[in-house]
Design a protein around this ligand. Structure first.
Ligand code: NDP
Length: 247
């Protein structure tokens, strides 16, 4: 490997975040893991270290700016810098608007949208001080389309797209050598569907995922490629789907 990069990943306790952590750690990059379930994070850190990698973790609820900033501090304390910050934590409890699942709406807004903003708020000043950095946000194909049952999830992921694009322009204008990458996946195997609160939608989504979803390692491969681009080049927007997923 040419260069080791310190990589912070939110939502690293399962699914896409876990796959990214393991893939990048296997390439020699120190990884800093954030999520609420510390038993899972400890297990992933042990697995990474058992195969010769470096990892640290911290319990983080991304709806708290202070906790997200503490995650950044953990990375600085353990490894001295942050090269890549990945805003990955998210949830997708689909429901019809008529069902007014306000708690689910608020959790998606808090985690998917506020959590992404808090990650940017924690990482951006450090990137400016270092005069380099890479912010990676997890959007979704739901950033590009909206369907029955997906109004609020899509609203948060459209928001992630909007924030990413403004951030990209602001960073390009500021000239601090900060890259911005947004990844828009289709169906990926993870715990995402299992946390849906509407039983009928969960079952329907599970059937779709069982048929189409691709392994989370595919997203880890894309992150790895985005990170490995020459420093003067940014992979900005990447849509990735199972080959037979229509939208
Ligand atoms: P998972 O449910 O497997 O992972 C979600 C992660 O987010 C977990 O590690 C969870 O950890 C963490 N998380 C949830 N709430 C919080 C919180 N309040 N604070 C900190 N961490 C939190 O799903 P995926 O891996 O699929 O999801 C990762 C991202 O990918 C999400 O943003 C999702 O929207 C996006 N995505 C996923 C797709 C898919 O098909 N799987 C498709 C498109 C986008 P913990 O519970 O321990 O806190």
């Amino acid at each position: 490997m040419e260069e080791k990069k310190v990589i912070v990943i939110t939502g690293a306790s399962s699914g896409i975040g876990e796959a990214i952590a393991k893939e990048l750690a296997s390439q020699g990059h120190p990884v800093v893991l954030g999520a609420r379930r510390t038993d899972k994070l400890a297990q992933i850190k042990n697995e990474v270290e058992a195969t010769g990698g470096q990892a640290a973790y911290r319990q983080v609820d991304v709806t708290s700016l202070e906790e997200v900033q503490a995650l950044a501090q953990t990375a600085l304390t353990e490894f001295g810098r942050i090269d890549v910050w990945i805003n990955n934590a998210g949830l997708m409890p689909h429901s019809l608007l008529i069902d007014a699942k306000v708690d689910d709406w608020n959790r998606m807004i808090d985690v998917n949208l506020r959590g992404t903003l808090y990650g940017i708020a924690a990482a951006q000043p450090i990137f400016h001080e270092q005069n380099t950095g890479h912010l990676i946000n997890l959007g979704s194909v739901a950033s590009l389309y909206s369907h029955v049952g997906g109004a609020v999830y899509s609203a948060t992921k459209w928001g992630v797209k909007a924030i990413s694009e403004s951030l990209r322009e602001e960073e390009a204008q500021a000239g601090h050598n900060v890259r911005v990458t947004t990844i828009y996946p289709g169906a990926v195997q993870s715990e995402l569907v299992s946390h849906m609160t509407d039983p009928a939608r969960r079952e329907a989504s599970q059937q779709f995922y069982d048929q189409f979803a691709i392994p989370a390692e595919r997203i880890a491969t894309i992150v790895s490629q985005a990170i490995a681009m020459p420093a003067d080049t940014a992979l900005n927007d990447i849509v990735v789907r199972p080959i037979n997923q229509v939208q």
